[in-house]
Write a protein that binds this ligand. Structure first.
Ligand code: MRU
Length: 360
């Protein structure tokens, strides 16, 4: 492994028959790993945000499925599929919006169907590890495609955390920043703090500082003034679920950024692997939006700041209409002005190729 953060730090790992998660709730102050021996515990950790970010949740669920199958085979060697089913359902329901979760479990269930006689564990473990490695490879391809869209010495604005912590490794939108920086092409990353979990202020800033890349944290409400200033070359965000027509669910606040970006003529790019596209969702209205506890809004990092009696509304994702997205950057290529036809064409391409944009 190299000494860059995205190679040293793994948000999710399968180690010695356990799932090891970097506890993202306590970063950047504390670097703490939690070890899980059971799939139900992994599902609870996903719900509790120990691990977060759509692709990282998918990898965690795949490794959780390995624990489920291992335990089921030990308990019921002839009925292991039925024995594993309740744990797989817990994993599937641990968070509702990130489609990578269900996608990863579909991959694992396909691997389970390939098992013949004998232990299923080597087959499902190999499938989970492959899924993890493919996510990293996809991110690197996205990085190259996305970096080619940025001007030299770009100043970019990003939201939430889409880096090594949010994925199998390297990152989606933040992977593009990494790829651009490697070519000397980033002069500043503005990171929205991303209330209420502060994924931008805590996690994106941590990743970039660790690597010596320039980062400026802004309050979410400062994004309008920043975009108006003319300083920003592009807004780069990730995605939790992309509908067949290109409507994209991502961290709450992304929609507002897309409106501001369009108003100020700043390109708005979504970076996500193909596994984030959900062809079963025809449009944004078909995407389930997670709502979390009011306390997350009424307090900050555990300290209450609103009066007792105040209520809160806490949808943790919003939907950006495809019409506000200038390009979708995937490992198969860049889709400019995504719509139903262009996304269908992208999904039908098995081999990495470009669609409607320049080469990296
Ligand atoms: O609630 P979170 O932290 O899981 O939300 C994460 C995001 O919204 C990310 O932008 C998205 O998952 C893409 S991560 C590559």
């Amino acid at each position: 492994m190299s000494d860059v953060l995205y190679d040293k730090v793994r948000a999710v790992e399968l180690r010695d028959g356990t799932v090891r998660l970097l506890d993202q709730r306590v970063l950047p102050g504390t670097l703490r790993y939690e070890t899980y021996t059971g799939a139900a515990e992994v599902a609870r950790a996903i719900t509790a945000m120990v691990v977060r970010g759509a692709p990282a949740i998918g990898v965690a669920a795949a490794y959780g499925a390995v624990l489920a199958v291992t335990e089921a085979y030990a308990r019921a060697p002839r009925e292991w599929r039925a024995a594993a089913a309740p744990d797989l359902a817990l994993l599937r329901n641990s968070r509702p919006t990130a489609v990578n979760l269900g996608w990863a479990l579909d991959v694992m269930e396909r691997a389970m169907r390939e098992v013949g006689e004998g232990s299923p564990v080597p087959i499902v473990e190999a499938a989970a590890r492959r899924l993890h490695e493919e996510d990293i490879a996809a991110n690197r391809r996205m990085g190259a495609f996305g970096a080619a869209l940025l001007p030299p010495a770009a100043r970019v604005l990003t939201h939430c955390n889409t880096g090594a912590l949010a994925t199998g490794g390297y990152g989606t939108a933040l992977g593009i920043v990494r790829a651009a920086a490697a070519k000397g092409g980033i002069s500043m990353v503005y990171a929205d703090e991303t209330r209420p979990w502060l994924q931008g202020a805590r996690l994106t800033a941590w990743e970039l500082v660790q690597e010596g890349l320039p980062v400026t944290v802004i309050a979410d409400s400062a994004a309008g003034a920043l975009l108006r200033s003319g300083a920003i070359a592009a807004v780069l965000v990730g995605a939790d679920r992309i509908a067949a027509n290109g409507d994209t669910a991502n961290k709450i606040g992304t929609y507002g950024l897309s409106v501001l970006a369009r108003h100020h003529g700043v390109p708005f790019y979504v970076a996500a692997p193909i596994s984030t596209i959900d062809p079963a969702a025809r449009g944004g209205d078909d995407i389930p939006i997670e709502e979390r506890a009011a306390a997350e809004v009424l307090s900050c990092q555990g300290v209450a700041h609103s009066p007792v009696g105040a209520r809160a509304w806490n949808p943790v994702f919003d939907v950006t209409p495809a019409a506000l997205i200038d390009a979708l950057i995937t490992e198969r290529g860049v889709v400019e002005r995504p719509d139903t036809d262009r996304i269908a064409r992208l999904l039908s391409q098995p081999v990495p190729a470009r669609q409607g944009a320049r080469s990296p």
